[in-house]
Design a protein around this ligand. Structure first.
Ligand SMILES: Cc1cc2nc3c(=O)[nH]c(=O)nc-3n(C[C@H](O)[C@H](O)[C@H](O)COP(=O)(O)OP(=O)(O)OC[C@H]3O[C@@H](n4cnc5c(N)ncnc54)[C@H](O)[C@@H]3O)c2cc1C
Length: 377
């Protein structure tokens, strides 16, 4: 008997899970991996795309390249999930599974921030990053604001990275002196669990005249008056707004009876949902780690280890650690690395390396190792 697994979403979590199960179970595995897109891209590629550092087509890896024993990829849009029956409906058919893993990530709700769609930009979707690629070269003077509209949001360093890379972009074009850059963040420091990373980022902002606005979110934009309105009702004038939109689970998850307070609750040690043999990993959950690919990957490893132990026998895996390392672009060719631990102690802790050119190379290796492992490219 083969283990029938259906994995919903081929992002960091879904790809890593499918890869490990294929390696370990191969002919004992019957895994269907479903995603609505035809290709994968790393979240951080959006920064490369928006600042014109890489053409969009070079950062996308086609799912058609997946060639793994026991794994079949389907490009279909999931329209319903029945966790009781472990059944899934898509725009092209239905699937039933022994084990269902939901790895559908987080979507964006632009309408939650009045004025954002009409008067601002966002760089969290691929389409938004592609649009900014056209917008940024026309920004020659005035006030740029990078602003977070709500929590949680993916990759907590990303707004800081965008501010530092915007500084480089404007400097390279010789217009930095005519522009102001402000960063609005809902925390008292750029990376609260890592004082060292926060200190390095705050120093980098000060050196580059980037204004840091802590403990605030952007509640709305008034495109007519060209102001952003913060959660304390204060206002900041802007000419260019780069927003981090409100995050939410995809519609198909919201209507699935799996969520509580907007996200899928899971046992933080095992990633089990309250439905037997239904797991959820990554950004779609409220597991308590940041919304970042490395954490989705770490959670997928735990689920994979448990399923392998179930098939092959052996000890159950150690619980999910909630540890991960994220890269942070500092601009000028340098990258820092933040190690964070969210689940082992009473409060999250973190340490920091860099920034350095050597870590920029490490980040390249991080991406190329996943590309090779998941796609064979
Ligand atoms: C600007 C930016 C920079 C980032 N930088 C980093 C970084 O440096 N390091 C890092 O670790 N993380 C980074 N991230 C975050 C990272 O991209 C996400 O946290 C990660 O992709 C989450 O993985 P996941 O598997 O949970 O979900 P995802 O990777 O989002 O995968 C979910 C998949 O589900 C699919 N899907 C959704 N709904 C449906 C449906 N109805 N039917 C079919 N398929 C569907 C989607 O197409 C998607 O492929 C960054 C994000 C952004 C926006």
């Amino acid at each position: 008997m083969k283990l029938r697994v259906v994995v919903l979403g081929a992002g960091f979590g879904g790809l890593e899970l499918s890869t490990i199960l294929s390696e370990a179970l191969s002919d004992r595995l019957d895994l269907t991996l479903i995603d609505k897109n035809d290709s994968f891209f790393f979240g951080f590629s959006k920064l490369d795309v928006m600042f014109g550092r890489k053409p969009p087509e070079t950062v996308q890896f086609p799912y058609s390249a997946i060639d793994k024993p026991g794994v079949r990829f389907r490009q279909e849009t999931i329209t319903a999930i029945d966790p009781e029956r472990r059944a899934v409906t898509t725009d092209q058919g239905t699937y039933e599974a022994d084990v269902l893993v939901v790895a559908l990530g987080a979507d964006y709700d632009l309408e939650a921030t009045p004025g954002l769609r009409e008067g601002g930009n966002e760089f969290y979707s691929f389409a938004g990053a592609e649009r900014l690629r056209e917008v940024l070269p026309n920004f020659t003077k005035g006030r740029a604001i990078i602003g977070v509209t709500s929590t949680p949001f993916k990759c907590p360093p990303a707004p800081s990275e965008a501010a530092l890379l915007l500084h480089d972009h404007l400097s390279a074009r010789g217009v930095r002196g005519a522009c102001e850059i402000s960063l609005v963040i809902p925390f008292d420091a750029p990376i609260p669990p890592s004082p060292a990373a926060s200190h390095a980022l705050l120093s980098a902002f000060a050196e580059r005249r980037i204004t840091f606005v802590p403990n605030r979110t952007v509640r709305a934009l008034d495109p007519n008056r060209r102001v952003v309105i913060l959660d304390d009702t204060s206002e900041i004038a802007y000419d260019l707004f780069l927003g981090i939109p409100k995050h939410r689970v995809p519609d198909v998850v919201a209507t699935s009876d799996m969520t509580e307070d907007g996200w899928i609750p899971v046992d933080p040690k095992t990633l089990k949902t309250r439905f037997p043999n239904v797991y959820a990993v990554g950004d779609v959950t409220s597991v308590g780690t940041p919304l970042a690919g490395v954490f989705s990957e770490g959670a997928a490893k735990v689920v994979a280890a448990e399923l392998i132990a179930n098939v092959k026998g052996g000890e159950p895996p150690p619980p999910y650690s909630g540890r991960g390392s994220c890269y942070a672009e500092f601009g000028q060719g340098k990258v820092g690395r933040i190690h964070v631990d969210f689940l082992s102690g009473p409060t999250p802790t973190g340490s920091f390396e860099g920034p350095s050119a050597a870590l920029a190379n490490d980040k390249q290796s991080f991406a190329s190792s996943r590309r090779k492992r998941w796609f064979g490219l």
